[in-house]
Design a binder for this molecule. Sequence first.
Ligand code: F6R
Length: 292
Amino acid sequence: MLLYIGFRVPRPMVGRGAAAAGACHRTDMEVIIQPTQEAAADLVARIIAHDLRANPHLVLGLATGSTMERVYGGLVRMHRQENLDFSLCTTFNLDEYVGLAPEDANSYRFYMNRHLFDGVNIDKRNTHLPCGVAPDLDAECRDYEALIKRSGGIDFQLLGIGRAGHIGFNEPLSALQSRTRVKALTPTTIEQNAPFFGGPEKMPRRAMTMGVGTIIEARRCVLLATGGAKAQVLAQAVEGPITSMISATALQLHPRCTVVVDEAAAAGLQEREYYRWIFENEPEWEEYRGKR
Ligand code: F6R
């Protein structure tokens, strides 16, 4: 418990959070290994769908990036084929590039419309991202935090992990208590995302991002990582020491964090067999086993 010193301890799961979480109250990180990236993304989409069905007013924290495209594809499919209902749901994205307007094809607002919002019955007035061209970026970040608070906090935070170990754009040395703010991107992140912009020189150097402290307050966190390029940093994030150099390590402090990976991203994990045993045997995961 000493590790919580300096943190705002995440709220207990009461009210809507408890409904979304179901009866089981876990307090440890869990790792689920799936055979392929498709299976891993599909599992994450089904976890989100499960929580959204349990709580139609779910406040959903969202991530962008290549890894998430399959998750959103799965949610759109479930909306069309299984009437998964987003009409009462509210969303907050983790981040947005500074200097990019919502209509810019590289903005995260554009990405979200394209991959999720335009494909489901969500009320776009309930979808939130920081505005990359706000005249006062600090005020924009403060307002974003206040809006999350007014919405009752985030019930379910979806996360990816960058090659530099970031969640959101919490690059190395992000304070573990940090809130939404402007953050300069590392060369590793610029290299990772430059192909979308047609080269590193065209990429924004800064982004607005929820802080590590903001993320850790979500009632539930689910991180998805796929592909061998993430194996080393994923192992550090899950099994390494907690450090602001790898903001994803802060998730070890979260009371309800599930990490879903494919075999390639799991390759660096020491305790793979233990994680597999838990997934195969814990009643909580029964409805997710052996399905695609
Ligand atoms: C973006 C975000 C980032 C990405 C991460 C992985 O909103 O939250 O942390 O999740 O950079 O990106 P991909 O999936 O493109 O490897």
